[in-house]
Design a protein around this ligand. Structure first.
Ligand code: GLU
Length: 472
């Protein structure tokens, strides 16, 4: 049997990283077994529909490389893949359940339902279950609107097994006769997901653990139809340290929040794949193909998955280190433009800037901080630096370097590099006694990226000026 999984987002806006994590696991479960990954758009809640959200879903999956095999835009044997285009199917199936005695029409008005709630009823009181066939007919003849409700057995309990959370049992008494088809002809999520997963031949239903407690209702629906249930895989919540929610306000809820800060899709994917799944070895950097190979359901954990931004930064930094120059420029450029840095420099300068800091970047936007740290700070030596420069022989080293630099026409890292050694030869300084004074005098810092590169970025005038200032 071919494994078939589906990602079933609702088009309500940007994609939450927890939701994207579900998409990744869903994709990997299918691909580990050479199975089929289906994209289904769950737009039955028309009130929450957001214009453009379907394109956001396409863009997000595409940019992470999660290619779907079947979906609204690609077609497939089990379409349509948009729930609002499947209304007839839900209607037909809801009426089948009415006919087989597993569901009933309910004509209760919103006012009556509200008064039940006011009286303290936790669930619908099954009023319309007791209507006679004639009463139902009479109400229909009057054109009264109705919903269809699932008829839940009153005694016993319902159990199902989740691959991650084990066996879950709920007393049937606790389950409401939920609405499966609304009066406008739209199904509820609770009904549509069952009908679709069955008709689309889905073998593994993968979704967030907020659906664990509703699943017994689905089990009862599968039984009412006489259908086999899929394998269930519920995923732990993604939370921040201390169990806090990722939030829109703090800019860490949506995939696009991270992309806009200069995180790479491959790195986000790699990071999210490790949220709730532990690889069989201590490997941490994975390509999508490697994840497909390594991913198995038995290594999904059921404790909350902690979104550790330090770890994301570390993973992203590994990917940034491997970027070629063009991609690196592309990653940093929007941030340099926003910060009004790019406007003041030519392309070659930008290129050396980003290359100089490539190994220090956790994410694209950081280029601005690194730039400011080096080029915007006031040039000021602290006591430790002054002490270093006061040592014997330092003045001679600085002077030799200054004179060599002054003779350069092109002030590139390549031209500057050999002059450091040459200055050492002339002054007799070696190792730390050679490099440290030059770094301190030119950058007012005791550490930093490759010195010739930094000097080239600072430019000849600034470097000579600073050296003159420190040479006594
Ligand atoms: N449309 C549901 C959601 O976005 C899908 C849940 C499921 O995968 O069944 O949460």
């Amino acid at each position: 049997m071919t494994v078939r999984t589906r990602f079933a987002p609702s088009p309500t806006g940007f994609i939450h990283v927890g939701n994207l994590r579900s998409a990744i696991f869903t994709y990997l479960i299918a691909k580990h077994d050479n199975g089929t990954f289906v994209l289904r758009i769950e737009d039955t809640d028309q009130e929450r529909y957001v214009e453009g959200a379907v394109d956001t879903i396409y863009y997000t999956l595409d940019s992470c490389g999660l290619t779907w095999d079947e979906g609204p835009d690609k077609g497939g044997d089990y379409g349509p893949y948009i729930q609002s285009e499947r209304k007839d199917l839900y209607k037909e199936h809801a009426h089948k359940l009415v006919a087989s005695g597993h569901a009933y029409k309910c004509f209760c008005t919103p006012e009556r339902l509200a008064s039940l709630r006011d009286k303290g009823y936790a669930k619908y009181d099954r009023h319309c279950l007791h209507l006679t066939a004639e009463e139902v007919q009479a109400k229909e003849d009057q054109g009264l609107p109705y919903v269809i409700r699932q008829k839940v057995p009153q005694d016993g309990s319902t159990s199902f097994t989740c691959q991650v959370y084990g066996e879950i049992t709920i007393d049937n008494k606790e389950i409401e006769d939920q609405v499966i088809l609304k009066s406008d002809g739209y199904p509820t999520y609770n009904f549509a997901n069952v009908v679709d997963d069955h008709l689309m031949n889905i073998t593994h239903v993968v979704r967030g653990n907020e659906y664990l407690t509703s699943t017994p209702k689905y089990t009862l629906l599968y039984r009412a139809f006489g259908w086999d249930e899929p394998t269930y895989v519920h995923l732990p919540h993604v939370v921040k340290e201390g169990g806090k929610k990722l939030s829109k306000r703090e800019g860490d809820a949506y995939y696009t929040d991270f992309v806009h800060k200069g995180y790479l899709p491959e790195a986000i994917l790699n990071f999210l794949a490790l949220l709730g799944w532990s690889p069989p070895t201590n490997q941490e950097i994975f390509t999508l193909e490697e994840l497909e190979q390594a991913f198995t359901i038995d290594r999904i954990n059921n404790s909350p998955a902690v979104f550790d931004i330090q770890k994301l930064n570390w993973i992203n930094a590994q990917y940034i280190k491997k970027l070629d120059t063009q991609d690196l420029i592309e990653l940093c450029m929007p941030h340099l433009i926003d910060a009004n840095i790019a406007q003041d420099h030519d392309e070659a300068w930008i290129e050396s800037l980003v290359k100089t800091f490539q190994d220090r970047l956790d994410y694209g936007a950081q280029i601005v901080d690194l730039h400011d740290e080096f080029f915007d700070q006031e040039y000021r030596l602290d006591d430790e630096m002054n002490e270093f420069l006061a040592q014997d022989g330092v003045n001679e080293t600085l002077q030799a370097f200054r004179d060599l630099l002054a003779g350069l026409d092109a002030f590139t890292a390549q031209d500057i590099k050999p002059l450091i050694k040459q200055a050492g030869k002339q002054s007799g300084a070696k190792g730390k006694m050679l490099f440290m004074p030059l770094r301190i005098a030119t950058t007012a810092s005791m550490h930093g990226p490759d010195l010739p590169q930094v000097l080239a970025l600072l430019g000849k005038d600034t470097v000579l000026e600073r050296l003159d200032q420190t040479i006594k």
